[in-house]
Ligand binder design. Structure first.
Ligand SMILES: Cc1ncc(COP(=O)(O)O)c(C=O)c1O
Length: 375
C-alpha cells in the first residue's frame, strides 16, 4: 500500500470508529420522510408526461454540447431566465447547473479582495466553499443572532455582503429576514439569501420567503434551487441585470462548465407551471404539520417546531444513537435519515424529517407515534 493509500485508509477508519462514515444507499421502498421533494414533483407521473410531450417537440440533442458561452445556450434557456425573474419578482436571473455551483460562483466572484463577507454560522457548505475560493475576509455570526450580526457589521470594511438561508437546510428554522434587511440597510450591506428550501414552499405561488415578506427590493441576490421542491436539477441567481452580466463574465462555476441539457430546462419550466397552482403551506399546515408537531412535542423540543417549515429537526447529539434511531424507524417502513457530523456540528447529530404533500395523515401520525416510542 502506498503512503497515500495508507493515509486515505486511516482517515476512513477514523471516521468509521466514530460512527461517522458516509456510505451510499440505493433507493428504497420506504415511506419518504427525508427527501427534499416537498411537492412530490420528482415522482409526479403527470409532470413526467408533460415534460416528455414537450421534449418530443423541443429536443434536438441529448446534451447541451458546451458551456452557455459557447454552444450550450438556447433561446429556451434565456426565455426561462426571464420567466424565473418575473416569477420571483426580480430584474434578472442567471441559471447555474446546481445550487452548489450558484453559491460557489456568486460568493467567490462578487465580493472584492478588500470587502467583507458576513454569514450565518450554519450556512450551506456551498457558501463556505465560495468564500474559500475567493479572497475576501469573512466573519460568521451566531445562528440567527441579530445582535451578533450587528457586532460583525460594525467591524466590517468596504463593501459588505451578508449571506443567510431563508430556511436552514439542516435545522428547519427560519432567518429573521425583515430584521436582517433592517440591519443591512443601516450598515449599507448587500444581502444574499439562499432560498433553496423555501422555493415552492413559501409565498402564494412558492416564490420563496423574500417575496412572501415583500423584501425583493432590499435583497442584493437570491439563489433558488431546482433540485428540491422543483424535483429537477439546477438553480437560478436572481438580482439586477448588472449582476447577471457580471456573473456571466466572472463566475467560474458558470463559465467553465457544460450547460444543463434541454430536458432539465423543460422540467424546470413545467414544474413552475404546476407549482403556480399549488400551495404547500395550505396543504401541509392543517393536515400534517400541526398533527406531527403536536404529538412529537410531548417528548422533544426544537426551534423548527415553533415555525412553519418543511423540515423538522430532532436533535439527538450522538452519532451512534442517531443512526440507531433512524434504523429502528426504517425497520417499520419509514425513511428517516440520520444527519451526522461534519454535515452538522459535532454533538448536534440529528434526525431530519421532511414533510411532503404526498405524505398521508395516517403516515404522519404513525411516524410521530414511532418516534415517541423510540426517543
Ligand atoms: C441551503 C442549500 N443551498 C444550496 C444547496 C445546493 O443545492 P444543489 O443541491 O442544487 O446543488 C443545498 C443543497 O443541499 C442547500 O441545502
Amino acid at each position: 500500500m502506498s503512503t497515500t493509500d495508507e493515509r486515505l485508509s486511516s482517515k476512513l477508519e477514523l471516521r468509521e470508529s466514530k460512527g461517522l462514515l458516509r456510505q451510499l444507499s440505493a433507493e428504497s421502498d420506504l415511506i419518504d420522510f427525508c427527501s427534499n421533494d416537498y411537492l412530490g414533483f420528482a415522482r409526479s407521473k403527470e409532470l413526467m408526461d408533460k415534460v416528455s410531450a414537450e421534449l418530443k417537440k423541443e429536443l434536438k440533442a441529448g446534451g447541451s454540447t458546451g458551456s452557455r458561452l459557447i454552444t450550450g445556450n438556447s433561446q429556451y434557456a434565456e426565455d426561462l431566465e426571464v420567466f424565473l425573474a418575473e416569477y420571483h419578482q426580480a430584474e434578472a436571473g442567471l441559471i447555474f447547473n446546481s445550487g452548489y455551483d450558484a453559491n460557489l460562483g456568486l460568493i467567490s466572484a462578487i465580493p472584492g479582495r478588500n470587502d467583507t463577507i458576513i454569514h450565518d454560522e450554519l450556512v450551506h457548505a456551498s457558501v463556505r466553499d465560495g468564500i474559500r475560493l475567493g479572497l475576501t475576509k469573512s466573519y460568521a455570526f451566531k445562528h440567527n443572532d441579530l445582535s451578533h450580526l450587528e457586532t460583525q457589521l460594525k467591524r466590517a470594511e468596504n463593501a459588505i455582503f451578508v449571506v443567510v438561508e431563508s430556511v436552514y437546510s439542516m435545522d428547519g428554522d427560519l432567518a429573521p429576514l425583515k430584521e436582517i434587511c433592517f440591519l443591512c440597510k443601516k450598515y449599507k450591506a448587500h444581502l444574499i439569501v439562499d432560498e433553496a428550501h423555501a422555493t415552492g414552499v413559501f409565498g402564494m405561488k412558492g416564490e420563496g420567503r423574500v417575496v412572501e415578506l415583500d423584501l425583493q427590493s432590499q435583497v442584493f441576490a437570491r439563489v433558488h434551487t431546482f433540485g428540491k421542491a422543483i424535483g429537477g436539477h439546477g438553480a437560478v441567481v436572481l438580482g439586477s441585470s448588472n449582476l447577471r452580466d457580471y456573473l456571466m463574465n466572472f463566475a467560474r462555476s458558470f463559465v467553465y462548465t457544460t450547460a444543463l441539457p434541454k430536458h432539465s430546462l423543460v422540467w424546470i419550466k413545467n414544474a413552475y407551471d404546476t407549482m403556480s397552482k399549488i400551495n404547500y403551506k395550505k396543504l401541509i399546515t392543517s393536515e400534517l404539520q400541526v398533527l406531527f408537531k403536536t404529538k412529537i412535542q410531548q417528548v422533544v423540543s426544537s426551534p423548527s417546531f415553533d415555525v412553519f417549515s418543511p423540515i423538522i429537526s430532532i436533535n439527538i447529539g450522538d452519532s451512534m444513537r442517531t443512526k440507531s434511531l433512524a434504523k429502528s424507524v426504517q425497520k417499520d417502513g419509514f425513511d428517516v435519515r440520520a444527519i451526522l457530523s461534519p454535515t452538522v456540528p459535532m454533538g448536534t447529530e440529528r434526525l431530519r424529517i421532511c414533510l411532503h404533500t404526498f405524505n398521508s395523515k395516517t403516515e404522519v401520525g404513525q411516524l410521530a407515534e414511532l418516534l415517541i416510542k423510540h426517543l
